[in-house]
Design a protein around this ligand. Structure first.
Ligand code: SD4
Length: 343
């Protein structure tokens, strides 16, 4: 009898205490993770971008501020693919796309904007100072000037100028979208041009701050030698960037048309919501692109990069060659993304 009672008591007690123990464990895990800031960025150029963002994150600053600082770092650097030194469109004009999103689902973007050095900061102003999400072209530039940004001429980096001149010689005046004619820069870029100039690509970055909040941003001059007026995924919330503070965040690099077609980063975040790890979610989103048109996918590159609420991260690409940079308290390095085709 005594035994029976003891056993019943024990069962009652454990029924009560198990959820308590479990939830304590879960909370402890959350607290550990939420105290650990992290920033991840597309490409190897993300190392310097992460360093700029880390100054803010390590001082317990807000992820959104870290994103802007990181993106500004590369916008200030003369390179082929971001900012005013970036690759021009087929008419030789540099047009910039950028977007930003915070932990409260606030977002802002600019597209096809000319002669403004920091499109990510203009995107942030769109988010904070207007009821809108996206401003384009002259309207975006006008808004930027009204908000204190100065107009300055684009100055192509040496590599952007060289490849544009080469492209003019060989091209049919067609935008380059596939692997065959896009080896010199863009989504199939080697990390360095033959003359040693860094060949950095579209910058997408995601951060979690010490409060556990997520934010993200993308900044780019877009696909090299695109049609004038073409806007890629990098200005598109749900395409080049998506953040859901309950779940995670994702960004993309590569042929924007494929990302837009599949609402790529929104898809990645929704897959994480269903329980997939960042890497598995990125892989499924890449598979979606391939499934839609396997032949076309063979000629294209798209890479996804994602982080979840716990600070776990992952990436996946269609082809070999996509790399990303990670900075946490414990690591500061470049990772190679896994890929599907040609494996
Ligand atoms: C675009 N996604 O304009 C950008 C280009 C890019 O690596 O990411 N290139 O489509």
């Amino acid at each position: 009898m005594a035994n029976k009672l003891d056993r019943r008591k024990f069962l009652q007690l454990s029924a009560l205490s198990t959820p308590l123990l479990l939830s304590k464990k879960a909370i402890a895990k959350q607290i550990t993770y939420s105290n650990s800031p992290i920033v991840i960025s597309t490409w190897d150029s993300g190392m310097e971008v992460n360093a700029a963002a880390w100054k803010i994150l390590s001082a317990k600053g807000r992820a959104l501020d870290a994103i802007e600082a990181g993106a500004n770092q590369i916008e200030d650097t003369i390179n082929c693919c971001v900012g005013l030194g970036g690759n021009p469109d087929r008419d030789g004009i540099v047009t910039l796309d950028a977007c930003i999103m915070d932990e409260n689902s606030n977002c802002g973007a600019v597209a096809g904007m000319e002669q403004i050095k920091h499109p990510i900061s203009v995107a942030r102003k769109v988010m904070e100072n207007t009821p809108h999400v996206l401003l384009v072209g002259n309207g975006a530039q006008q808004f930027a000037i009204e908000n204190g940004f100065t107009k300055e001429p684009a100055k192509l980096s040496q590599s952007a100028e060289n490849t544009y001149k080469e492209w003019l010689k060989k091209t049919d005046y067609k935008p380059q979208i596939n692997i065959e004619n896009n080896k010199g820069n863009g989504p199939f870029a080697p990390n360095f041009f033959p003359d040693g100039t860094p060949n950095h690509d579209t910058m997408g970055l995601l951060a979690k701050d010490s409060q556990g909040n997520l934010s993200g941003g993308v900044t780019t001059s877009g696909m090299a030698f695109k049609l004038h007026g073409r806007v890629g995924d990098s200005a598109g919330i749900g395409a080049g960037l998506f953040v859901d503070n309950e779940v995670g965040a994702a960004t993309s690099s590569g042929v924007g048309e494929e990302v837009i077609r599949t609402c790529g980063t929104h898809l990645v975040v929704e897959l994480m919501r269903q329980g997939l790890s960042p890497e598995k979610a990125c892989k499924k989103a890449v598979e979606r692109i391939i499934k839609i048109n396997p032949e076309r996918a063979k000629t294209l590159q798209v890479g996804y990069l994602a982080i979840n609420k716990n600070g776990e991260y992952g990436a996946y690409a269609i082809q070999k060659g996509f790399v990303f940079s990670v900075k946490t308290n414990d690591e500061n390095k470049i990772h190679e993304s896994k890929f599907i085709l040609g494996a």
